[in-house]
Design a protein around this ligand. Structure first.
Ligand code: PLP
Length: 380
């Protein structure tokens, strides 16, 4: 069979590559973004309850009402919005949410702007759906947006811009002023803003998450995408959701109903009931202390932190004072020789920009973080 090349991304994502390398060398895995601690036992209990109570058949296509109602409540409370549950579509993970949005919006040859470094699923998702990715680099080293470059990258073929806050891999977050800038740039043009907000519940030092949904100028041309995997540390559950205007939601569902149709019913019940019973649960304090611990430990090594992560599961660090090698080579060496797996930042750039940076995932037990830094120190 002749099989077409549907995208220019890697044959195997860097996350699978580094996790496999970590396993092969018995290294501590701070590469892929998943927690090594257990999920909340109350959610586990609710999942059991769901199956026992008979929530075992197809959920309604847009999502189980107990869950969409709780999401609307949470978003309205946290972001001072008036989201209606009918604007929410539950989907099998945020990556799918982004993919189905692109499948809904793109025609062949449309351009989609991404801001690099960028989560590595964006480019393949754009290309599989017939689009052309246009990468605009974020400023180095603070990873802020270069508004002039972004403006210069937009043209009549631009159909969408993908934004991600809190940001993977750099841990930066967007301010209300950033959203206003984007609003001023694209409002009223035929450009969809796809806002990947999977780490919306994980912001540090008392900062607030700012969502595209709060930017009035963009309300009829945006889709915000979220993930319960990150919010409740259950990445294996693969449940996320989109929030968009009634018109865009209708268009997304027209596609979604023929791909996934609906999402795991017992898990939707468990998440909805958990949010109903414990509406104030958040992950900020837990992850904030883990970021602090990792950064405190990294200070005892030659790694240099450009800026502490303001949100997400990740801290970026510069190793150039320690080793003079390309970042992919360094990450391999660190895994095989020091026994600690990280992700080289060049993997988040279309053309492999290498600023001698690696990404650490700190959503790990404190003991895991300590053991990893002990291993690094042993190689100094
Ligand atoms: C920025 C970003 N978007 C999307 C995803 C995917 O989320 P999900 O597992 O819900 O598909 C991830 C997972 O690491 C991510 O970091």
């Amino acid at each position: 069979m002749l099989l077409p090349q549907k995208h220019t991304g890697a044959d195997t994502t860097i996350f699978s590559v580094m996790s496999a390398l970590a396993a092969a060398h018995g290294a501590i895995n701070l590469s892929q973004g998943f927690p090594d601690y257990p999920i909340d036992t109350r959610i586990q209990q609710l999942l059991k309850e769901a199956t026992a109570q008979g929530f075992n058949q197809y959920a309604p296509m847009p999502g189980l009402p107990v869950l969409t109602e709780q999401i609307a409540r949470q978003k309205n409370r946290q972001l001072n919005l008036r989201v209606d549950p009918s604007n929410i579509t539950i989907c099998p993970g945020a990556s799918y949410g982004i993919f189905v949005t692109l499948a809904t919006v793109l025609s062949k040859g449309d351009e989609v702007i991404i801001l690099e470094p960028a989560y590595d699923a964006y480019i393949p998702a754009i290309e599989i759906n017939g689009g052309i990715p246009v990468a605009v680099p974020l400023n180095y080293p603070d990873f802020s947006v270069d508004w002039d470059r972004l403006k210069a990258a937009t043209n009549a073929k631009t159909k969408a811009i993908i934004v991600n806050t809190p940001h993977n891999p750099t841990g930066t977050i967007w301010s209300a002023a950033d959203w206003q800038q984007l609003g001023a740039l694209v409002a009223g043009r035929e450009i969809m803003v796809i806002s990947d907000e999977v780490y919306d519940q994980i912001v540090f030092d008392g900062a607030k998450h700012h969502s595209v949904l709060q930017e009035e100028a963009l309300k009829d041309q945006c889709v915000a995408v979220f993930s319960f995997g990150k919010q409740f540390h259950a990445t294996g559950w693969k449940i996320g959701y989109t929030i968009a205007s009634a018109t865009i939601t209708k268009a997304i569902r027209k596609v979604h109903q023929f791909i996934a149709f609906s999402v795991n019913t017992p898990a939707q019940y468990a998440l909805g009931m958990f949010m109903q019973q414990f509406p104030d649960e958040d992950s900020c304090a837990l992850l904030n202390s883990k970021r602090n611990l990792l950064n405190q430990l990294l200070a005892e090594t030659p790694f240099k932190i450009l800026q502490p992560a303001a949100g997400s599961y990740f801290q970026v660090a510069d190793y150039s004072q320690w080793k003079d090698m390309p970042d992919k080579e360094f990450a391999q060496w660190l895994t095989k020789d020091a026994g600690v797996a990280t992700i080289p930042l060049s993997a988040f750039y279309q053309h492999g920009t290498d600023n001698k940076l690696v990404r650490f995932c700190f959503a790990k037990e404190d003991a895991t973080l300590r053991a990893a830094i002990d291993k690094i120190k042993a190689k100094l």
